[in-house]
Design a protein around this ligand. Structure first.
Ligand SMILES: [Zn+2]
Length: 58
């Protein structure tokens, strides 16, 4: 964690002054937790990657 430059990480590093809303779904703050746990758009990517991995490693 901390290496993914979310809006939350940029704010912690004083690069931006506030944490913005997720640019993918617009339903939560742009944070590590949101991307990996709650973002519905990112979840589609994870599901797609899971399907791709299953096809590759049969
Ligand atoms: Zn989101």
């Amino acid at each position: 964690m901390g290496r993914l430059l979310t809006s939350e990480e940029l704010q912690k590093r004083n690069i931006v002054s506030f944490v913005s809303v997720c640019s993918r779904c617009g339903l939560g703050y742009d944070s590590f937790e949101h991307i990996f746990m709650a973002c519905s758009v990112a979840a589609l990517v994870w599901v797609g990657l899971q399907g791709y991995a299953k096809r590759c490693f049969r």
